[in-house]
Design a protein around this ligand. Structure first.
Ligand code: SR1
Ligand code: MG
Length: 427
């Protein structure tokens, strides 16, 4: 029998099944346990353990002292504690939006949670051009509640500072500081730009001193603005979805930062899906419908977030100075400015930096991929530089459309009255 109590070791499938049998009281005594490692991320191991008798299943997520992709990549296993604790908290603040956590084990650096196999990863679903009409409403409930209810507007300030300590996450934040805020904006060797896109990135990103200044300011905001408890990595690969349900997973990058960071990541990843669809749906009518659906979703995410945040503010505010007329509007405005900035950073870094998204890498025609990447970088740069004037859902869609127009070789089918919008798939 393995010793799970004394010292950490990286489990294999047999170990994880034994761990569940020995350490947890979840399955029946006579359970016939099968275990499969199903993780496909960069950092952790994810085991799905199923009782073949009952069909019941759970997930064991283990975080080692090095990333699964490389032993050279040292990253604190404390991220597993942070993930378990924020999931428990978010489960209270935004009920039904995160998996239930059954246990956290600080020796084995693993937590055990609900299996969400009846959902699918949202990025994959969007790459298959599926629509989720309830998504904007669902994600904005999650965002408004988790971002406002963990802030100084609502929490006692000493309690909030305790939370800042609890969720101080220096190593994972450093990854974001490097991969999102620094490397993409400099010509450094860690970057990984598609050959055909390189010259464009050189000219429009690395040679732009104004952009370097603005991204430097944003990096310092990210490091110092302990506004809300963030998920910290809210891309569409961190969202499990089905027709009537959304579950937010993988909050291991959680920490106290600018609220707009989470919202901007959602918006940017909807834009990746939009650009992917533009180059992969061949039939014009289907493509127009899908792009319109994504534009509406982007716009609704902004509009519904603003509305729900302001409504919840009136119910939940406890800080006296935050009730001064005009303050909440100023506050939400600054979140939207940070949202635009974060969307821009994510759009640039997924093209230029080391962590890519399948939305772009799976575009098989090279010319189309370059065009798609130029659209993302152009929109990203505009979101960053113009963030002070981007406030409404329509403002976000306008930046996207403008960037598409610049690179679509005149093949776009705009019809502003019907809001239809299409890019030719011709290379
Ligand atoms: C080494 S981790 C690379 C990226 O994957 C995570 O999901 C974060 O987005 C991070 O930037
Ligand atoms: Mg992740």
């Amino acid at each position: 029998m393995r010793d799970f109590a004394s010292a950490y070791f990286t489990m294999n499938e047999t170990d994880a099944a034994e761990y569940v049998r020995e350490r947890l009281n979840i399955f029946a005594e006579d359970a016939d346990l099968e275990c499969r490692e199903i993780g496909d991320g960069n950092l952790n191991y994810v085991f799905k353990v199923t009782d073949l008798n009952s069909g019941q299943s759970i997930i064991v997520k283990q975080a080692g002292p090095v990333a699964r992709i490389s032993d050279a990549f040292k990253v604190s296993p404390d991220r597993n504690r942070i993930e378990s604790e924020i999931l428990a908290l978010q489960g209270e603040l935004a009920q039904g939006f995160v998996p239930k956590v059954y246990s956290y084990d600080p020796v084995m650096n693993c937590c055990v949670m609900d299996d969400l196999s009846d959902h699918e990863i949202m990025r994959s679903a969007l790459l298959n051009h599926k629509k989720f009409p309830l998504f904007a409403d669902q994600i904005t409930t999650f965002l408004a509640r988790t971002l406002l209810l963990t802030s100084d507007v609502v929490m006692g300030h000493k309690e909030k500072k305790g939370r800042v300590q609890q969720f101080t996450n220096p190593e994972l934040c450093e990854i974001t500081e490097d991969l999102v805020y620094t490397e993409p904006f400099y010509n450094c060797e860690q970057n990984d730009v598609f050959e055909g896109t390189k010259e464009f990135v050189h000219q429009t990103i690395w040679n732009d001193r104004e952009l370097a200044l603005e991204t430097a300011k944003l990096k310092f905001d990210f490091m110092t603005k302990a506004q809300s408890l963030l998920h910290g990595d809210l891309h569409t690969g961190s969202i499990f979805i089905k027709e009537d349900s959304v579950k937010i997973i993988d909050p291991e990058f959680a920490f106290y930062g600018p609220a707009g960071y989470d919202i901007g990541n959602v918006v940017a990843n909807l834009i990746f899906a939009y650009v992917h669809a533009s180059y992969t749906i061949k039939e014009e009518k289907r493509k127009n419908e899908y792009l319109q659906y994504l534009e509406e979703t982007i716009s609704q995410v902004i509009e519904l977030f603003s509305r729900k945040f302001l409504e919840l503010w009136d119910e939940a505010v406890t800080e006296q100075t935050a009730t001064v007329p005009g303050f909440k509007e100023w506050y939400v405005d600054s979140i939207l400015e940070d949202t635009a900035a974060a969307a821009g950073l994510e759009l640039c870094r997924r093209v230029i930096g080391i962590a890519h998204v399948k939305d772009l890498t799976s575009i098989s025609d090279e010319e189309n991929r370059v065009e798609a990447e130029k659209i993302c970088v152009t929109a990203g740069k505009a979101f960053i530089l113009e963030r002070a004037s981007i406030r409404s859902g329509n403002d976000f869609v306008k930046v996207l459309r403008r960037s598409v127009d610049q690179f679509s070789k005149g093949a776009i089918n705009h019809d502003n009255t019907s809001n239809s919008h299409s890019i030719s798939t011709a290379g």
